[in-house]
Design a protein around this ligand. Structure first.
Ligand code: ADP
Ligand code: ADP
Ligand code: ZN
Length: 216
């Protein structure tokens, strides 16, 4: 099963992705996570993309497309995958179409998690992430059992450097480049819209039902 998550920053893509991978066993391919890992490990890629992530601007298409192409060629992607945060521009969407044609793995569904823009700032500034396993929390909407500690692995929770008000504002402006993808996938008959303003578990039951119905 080939699934894509689409939605504004803070819509809940990563939160639903954790549940989808757990239940359906497909690898979670998040370009944001890949970039953050490269930055933490101070690799050449990390050095190159750090300025973009810190400010909330999009990483250039050629670089982003290349890392996704390499990731999709890994063995675990042969039986399906979950794309989260890619594509974010029309050029990326077109490159993805070509890649998926090349490997003979067309998309089954694009889950568009829709939320009104007003809720995003509080979601993003309250977000906390596990440094060890990447699990996502929220100080109010999804608090861990012990403050600052991951429920899954005991790792330390931190606040992303781009979850500040200033970087969030830039990221929401950059979303203008991603918004056209909603129509792009709707025209291709792949889009399924989910109301992301509902509680996390309600969103999850809708997402789960859609994925089961397409034969997960
Ligand atoms: P995205 O990956 O789309 O940027 P996340 O999944 O990281 O979004 O969610 C952003 C923040 O909002 C996180 O702190 C998460 O815990 C919280 N969150 C996610 N979904 C919901 C929801 N349905 N209701 C309330 N808070 C949510
Ligand atoms: P969020 O969960 O808040 O939507 P992500 O973790 O997906 O954020 O992305 C964080 C940052 O990584 C973006 O602001 C951007 O700088 C970079 N990034 C991630 N995916 C892409 C992409 N497909 N194209 C360009 N930049 C990207
Ligand atoms: Zn953890």
């Amino acid at each position: 099963m080939q699934v894509m998550l689409l939605g504004m920053p803070g819509a809940g893509k990563g939160t639903q992705a954790e549940r989808i991978t757990r239940e359906f066993g497909i690898p979670h391919i998040s370009t944001g996570d890949m970039f953050r890992k490269a930055i933490a490990n101070q690799t050449p890629l990390g050095m190159e993309v750090k300025q973009y992530l810190d400010s909330g601007r999009l990483v250039p298409d050629d670089l982003t497309i290349r890392i996704v192409r390499e990731r999709l060629a890994e063995a675990d992607a042969a039986n399906g995958f979950l794309l989260d945060g890619f594509p974010r521009t029309l050029a990326q969407a077109e490159a993805l179409d070509q890649m998926l044609r090349d490997i003979g793995k067309p998309l089954d569904v694009v889950l568009y998690i829709h939320v009104p823009q007003e809720v995003l700032l509080s979601r993003l500034t309250g977000r906390r992430v596990c440094r060890a396993c990447g699990a996502t929390y929220h100080v109010v909407f999804q608090p861990p059992q012990r403050e600052g500690v991951c429920d899954h692995c005991g790792g330390e929770l931190y606040q992303r450097s781009d979850d500040t008000e200033e970087a969030v504002r830039t990221r929401l402006e950059q979303y203008a480049q991603t918004a056209p993808l909603v129509e792009y996938y709707r025209e291709r008959g792949l889009l399924r819209q989910v109301d992301g303003e509902q509680p996390i578990e309600t969103v999850w039951s809708e997402v789960r039902r859609i994925l089961l119905s397409i034969g997960g």
